[in-house]
Design a protein around this ligand. Structure first.
Ligand code: URA
Length: 252
């Protein structure tokens, strides 16, 4: 389950009389954890005079180690990730929720305040609407459905994630998708679409047809938070969901 503490984090006190300092022990422990996750020696702490900017390019080493992770390694890595500045203000990373073998995968943008507090995606007002959208096509959170976001940490002030932040987080979502192997992806809103399809087009121009994410059919619709502000577009989202349901039936 999500709650199971991974073996590698079971950090007990050292033997009595041990003369290594606590800082050295912590640092050695970190090194062991990174080694177990296949992230050492590529990852290291920044020294204090290094820039705090998010590197705009993700290293091949980091990306390929993430793309080898199993669920537990991925969860631990996301929970402890400091690859971009979003970690500084998060209460916790929001990994994703649902059936890890789901046919359906819904992808949003990033956690908001309520998600950051609860550690689960789409639990605020937009989440309630997403649950209703799921119910409208006979689906329920957690039952044959997985819900994830492009970025796992809350962008302050609910701003959109920056490209460099999404880029650092991208292999996490990529690996979630690889582990779930959904039959169909529904991309919710512009940020999800931009990052998954690498297309800077409007939702209006992309909805109503099938797209492809690494061989998986992908359907585009409006983000529930947008729908809360633009009620007339709910009818279009409903049409998109009907299209998604029809597509899934044809895939089965
Ligand atoms: N909006 C998103 O895109 N994701 C969430 O988890 C919550 C709101």
């Amino acid at each position: 389950t999500d709650c199971a503490a991974p073996r590698i984090l079971s950090c007990g006190p050292g033997p009595r009389g041990c003369n290594i300092t606590r800082a050295a022990a912590v640092s050695r422990r970190r090194e062991e954890i990174l080694k177990e996750l296949g992230l050492w020696p590529q990852w290291r702490l920044k020294s204090s005079n290094e820039s705090n900017d998010t590197p705009s390019v993700i290293t091949d080493d980091r990306r390929s180690s993430i793309l080898r992770m199993d669920w537990q390694e991925l969860k631990t890595s996301v929970a402890t990730c400091k690859a971009c500045p979003l970690h500084e203000k998060r209460s916790q990373a929001v990994f994703g929720v649902g059936d890890e073998n789901a046919d359906w995968l819904f992808i949003g943008e990033g956690p908001g305040a309520e998600e950051d507090a609860k550690g689960e995606p789409f639990v605020g007002q937009a989440g309630k609407l997403l649950d209703s959208m799921l119910a409208a096509i006979g689906l329920k959170r957690g039952e044959n459905v997985y819900i994830a976001n492009v970025v796992k940490c809350r962008p302050p002030g609910n701003r959109n994630p920056e490209a460099s932040e999404a880029q650092q987080c991208e292999p996490y979502l990529e690996q979630q998708i690889a582990l779930i192997q959904p039959k169909l992806i529904v991309a919710l809103g512009k940020v999800a679409v931009q990052n998954l399809l690498k297309a800077d087009a409007t939702i209006a121009s992309l909805r109503g047809r099938l797209h492809d994410y690494q061989g998986i059919p992908l359907i585009v619709t409006y983000h529930p938070a947008y729908l809360l502000r633009n009620l007339p577009d709910k009818a279009k989202a409903w049409a998109d969901l009907c299209f998604a349901r029809k597509t899934m039936r044809e895939l089965q």
